[in-house]
Design a protein around this ligand. Structure first.
Ligand code: NAP
Ligand code: GFB
Length: 323
């Protein structure tokens, strides 16, 4: 039985991790299967904000399955600056991918939300039932509302057309092939790049905010396995959180310490408290995931940071460092 799995946003952090697992994992559950053709798209294959580009891509590849990752993505500071772009670009991309998947009779679509889209005023731990229970944190309300609409769209396509569209809710992701831009990236790659430059130039290493906010981080290659599992085995339309457990939550200062150790920076580092902390916490429960795969093993945070920093140092000249 042959299948064509189209990965939109395939050249990004998460897409590259899925490609790595498909090519390197030899297990039945996560490795590439006989008869599967995997297509990893970049924006050079087409701008998914344009319906005609989306149609041309689907006509070319005739996918039977879609993992939908393509999005305008960024860290806290980028989200605070471009809320309309994050709202509009992602609404356009998502509508084109879902509508074109329906038109081409795609058997299953797995799209991607994020734990940062949950209500800011909430009880903890956050779970999948709470997505629409109140406004998201104001720092990224554009991105958050665009992502929340995927869940609404999935349910509408399923009710009206019987489409098998679902979504996952990853927590903060990091790993090889991340975006290391100094300003617009997420915290872990941003601080990795900053720490590297501080060591190279013997200049201070500055961490934004107070270092007190709490986050759960998932290694991209662990998330990739869970995406493959979701595509092959998860049958619900309801979203599922893909995250390490509540007990694995760390502070931004813990992140900075792990990076300092991995980079081998020996100078002092300080906090620039004029910069926003963003959401203080967004502690999510992975109980639903562990009910499905209780034996899933996450890579320990410090090991994953070591691997990610090593990849960055090895690929400094060619990795994404922004403008
Ligand atoms: P990324 O590294 O920024 O990659 C984004 C991907 O989307 C790239 O392949 C990019 O293509 C493509 N893309 C962007 N705009 C496009 C457009 N208009 N048309 C076609 N392709 C376009 O992002 P990521 O971190 O892998 O994120 C993947 C998914 O995970 C996203 O849906 C994101 O919202 C979600 N997510 C990420 C995190 C995180 O911490 N990173 C956390 C939760 C959820 P080019 O390479 O050609 O630019
Ligand atoms: O990964 P990050 O940018 O996004 O983390 P969020 C922001 C936290 O890290 C804040 C601190 O507490 C920042 O003060 N921080 C310290 C830094 N130094 C830096 C730095 O150099 N760069 C960055 N970026 N942060 C995002 C959402 O929220 O979560 C996105 O805005 C996305 O939409 C992502 O969903 C997963 O975790 O705060």
């Amino acid at each position: 039985m042959s299948s064509v799995i189209l990965v939109t946003g395939g050249s990004g952090l998460v897409g590259k991790a899925i490609e790595w697992v498909i090519e390197n994992d030899k297990s039945e559950r996560y490795g590439k299967k006989e008869g599967e053709t995997w297509i990893f798209l970049t924006s050079k294959d087409g701008d998914l904000r344009q319906p005609e580009d989306a149609k041309a891509i689907f006509e070319k590849y005739k996918p039977t399955h879609v993992i939908h990752l393509a999005a305008l993505v960024g860290g806290l500071f980028k989200n605070m600056k471009y809320k309309l772009d994050f709202l509009r670009d992602n609404l356009l991309i998502n509508d084109n991918v879902l509508e074109t998947s329906k038109v081409f009779g795609v058997q299953k679509v797995v799209s991607c939300l994020s734990t940062c889209i949950f209500p800011d005023k909430t009880s903890y731990p956050i779970d999948e039932t709470m997505i629409h229970n109140g406004p998201p944190h104001e720092s990224n309300f554009g991105y958050a509302h665009a992502k929340r609409m995927i869940d609404v769209q999935n349910k509408a396509y399923n009710e009206q057309y019987g489409c098998n569209f679902t979504s996952v809710i990853p927590t903060n992701v990091f790993g090889p092939h991340d975006n290391y831009d100094l300003e617009d990236s997420h915290v872990l790659p941003g601080l990795t790049h900053k720490c590297y430059l501080a060591k190279q130039n013997n200049t201070p290493f500055i961490v934004g905010g107070t270092g007190k906010p709490l986050r759960q981080f998932i290694y991209s290659r662990d998330l990739a396995k869970l995406f493959i599992w979701t595509l092959r085995e998860y049958k619900e339309t309801e979203p599922i959180i893909l995250s390490v457990g509540e007990k694995d939550e760390v502070s931004i200062k813990d992140v900075a310490d792990a990076i300092v150790s991995a980079v081998g920076f020996e100078g002092e580092y300080s906090f620039d408290t004029t910069r926003s902390d963003g959401q203080f916490k967004k502690t999510a429960s992975n109980d639903k995931l562990l009910k499905y795969i209780p034996d899933f093993e996450f890579t320990p945070f410090n090991d994953a940071v070591q691997e990610s920093v090593a990849w960055f140092l090895e690929n400094y000249d060619t990795c994404r460092k922004g403008h």
